[in-house]
Design a binder for this molecule. Sequence first.
Ligand SMILES: Cc1ncc(COP(=O)(O)O)c(C=O)c1O
Length: 389
Amino acid sequence: MYEKKLLLIPGPTMIPPRVLRAMAVPPVGHRSKGFSQIIREVSQDLKKIFQTDNDVYMLTASGTGAMEAAVTNFINPGDKVLVLVNGKFGDRFAKINARYGAEVIRKDFELGQPADPQVVKEVLTNDKEQEIKAVFVQQNETSTGILNDIKAIKEAMGGHPALLIVDSISGMAVSNFPVDEWGADVVVAGSQKAFMIPPGLAFISVSEKAWKVNENCKNFNFYFDLKAARKNLAKDTTPYTPATSLILGLRESLNILLAEGLENIYRKQEMFKEMVREAVRALGLELLVKDDKYAAAAITAVKVPEGIEWKDLNNLLNNEFNVEVAGGQDELKGKIFRIGHIGYVQDMDLLQAIAALEMALYKLGFLKELGVGVKKCQEVILKYKEEGK
Ligand SMILES: Cc1ncc(COP(=O)(O)O)c(C=O)c1O
C-alpha cells in the first residue's frame, strides 16, 4: 500500500529519486557509442570510490557473483587458502573456495569479534613453503556488524606472497578503504548497498600482482572470467549484455557520492553508527559488537532482549510503524536484529527508526518511558553539526 517505507536493512537499501528517474528511461543499446561513453565514465568513477588505479569491473550479478569470481580467477584446485570467518559471509568465502577445490584453512572468530591480525601472522609465518595462495576476509561482516581491520591484516601478512582478497560488499563507500594504499589485491562490492541502486551489479578490482596469478589459474569459469571483462573494458564495453538500466542508475548514484565526497560520507556513516549505538545503549539493549572501534558503520546488530520474541517486535515495527529492519541469520536468527544505516539514509530517518523501536518496545512492556533513545540520537546529531562547523 505504501510507496514510502523506511527500509533500514543492510541491502537492498533505499534509492534516491534522482537515481530512480535515471533508470526509468527507454532501453538503450549496450553496444552503442553513447553507452560506451557511460561505461567509461562509470568505471573511472568506481576507481575513485575504490581509491585504486586498477580497473574496477562491473559484473551482472549480486555480490556473491563477484565473490565467486574472486575465487575462480585466482585460486587453482588444490591451492591452500586462509579464510577468516566471523560471520555468514566469511563462511560463504570458505564454501566457495571448497566448492572450487581449494584446501581451506579456516580460522573462526567469535561472532561479534574482529578477525585477529595476529592469527594471520602466525598462520603465514608457519607457512614456510609459502603454499598459501590467498587470504580471504570481509571488510564489513554484515551478519554481525563487525568491521575487520583490513590495514592491520595486510600488515600482518608481512612479506608473504599470498593475495589479499577482500569482500567489501557492505563496506565500500561506507568506511575508508584505500585499496591501493592498503595493498588489497582483489576487492569486491555490490550495487544494492552504499551504491544506492537495486541488486544486480557487482564490482571487482584486481591488482597487477593478482593478474600475474591469474595467468596461471586453470580453475573453471566462463561467465565470470575476468580476462574477458578486462579485454572488453579496454574497449569501454562488457563481454555480455550488461544490466543497462542499473548502470544508468549507477552513473547517477556515483555522481551523488562523489559530489558528497568520500571523507564526508565516512564521517556521516560514523555519525549514524554513533546515533544508533548510543540510542540502543540508552534503551537498555545490548549490542552484539561491544567495542565501538570494531563496530561497522553500515549496520548495527542488537540483541533481542530476554522475554521478547523477535517476530513480535518485527511485526510491530513493520505493521504499525512501517519500519523494516533485518533479523539475525543462521545461528543468530531470533537472537539479534540489525538496523541498517547504509545507502540513501539520512539522520532524520534513524531518528524515526529509533522512535519506532521505542514505541514497539514500550508496547511489548520492555520500556517504561519514551524518548530516551531519541534524545541520544538528537544529541549525537547536534554534536556532529557543531564539530562540522
Ligand atoms: C559482506 C557481504 N558479503 C556478501 C554478501 C552477499 O551478497 P549478495 O546477497 O548480493 O549476493 C552480502 C550481502 O548482504 C554481504 O553483506
